[in-house]
Design a protein. Sequence first.
Length: 347
Amino acid sequence: MRSKPFLASLAAALAVGLGLAAPAAQAASGDRYVLVTHAADSDSWWNTIKNAIKQAGDDFGVAVDYRGSGNGDLSEMARQLESAAARNYKGVAFDIASYAVLKAPAAKVAAKGIPIVTINSGTPEESKKLGALMHIGQGEYDAGKAAGERAKAAGKKSFVCVNHYATNNASFERCQGFADALGIKDWRQTSMIDTGMDPTVVSSKLSAYLRSHPKTEAILALGPNAAEPAIKVVNDLHLKGSIYFGTFDLSPAIIDGIKSGTIQYAIDQQPYLQGYMGIAALVIAHEQNTKDPAKIIAALKANPKFQARLKQYDLKPIYTATGVSSGPAFVTKDNVSTVEKYAGQYR
């Protein structure tokens, strides 16, 4: 007759083989984390972050959920945060698409004693007010200004900001930085179009703007949803080489645009870092029972699996005393080959 421990082990092994239980390498079923974002389901840019949180879950042996807004509705994102508080996750990561909208639901998460890390949109100051351990992202205004300074150095004095997500304050920070670099004061009235994410609408509005403002010297797109239709517009209007075109973020189409010379640069915020490190930081905080950013960052630096990911994807986080800056980095013809392989997946 078999012993009870043997039978229990056999049953566990069979359960794993049948997909009914987690293998021994996985954390306990209670170790579940979540990332909540403002992203619409149609926004492909977030695929890199989805891939990143999956790999973080694999590397740290935890389960990770992803909760988007569905259609980009911030009220739905707020509802998802409230749901995260109710489900008692071990840690919650989210982007600060709107501090005002998310302040109350974030407080419900914090009130449960659930660790918080903010990523992507928002500022370190807002993150701290929300009770987060740290913020992982790039300074949007600073990134926009750095892009504008490149345009200014190229002799450009006017631009149009193609804003595909005008309900996110980060989009205005990007445009503001670019405008300030060029010295344009009234850019919201004269140099921005609110397009939404429908590529047909983006193309139509940008085409109409460029036809009615033929002296426009530069285009600033705020992500693939704006940049990809803009590539077609630039080519259709035979503006390649005569209009200065920069965009935030990467996708295969943007990479092709850089290689062809249609796009001068992409501002890479290394979103993989935001997703992976957001979850990893929460796991470390929970397992080590710490709220100290310095200890969390030290653990990340010492983690061999994370370091292997950085090497594989050629990622370079910038560590600070209280968090991580994931960008900006500029992708141009000179270095595009180093990120092309993973664009839209891990870069």
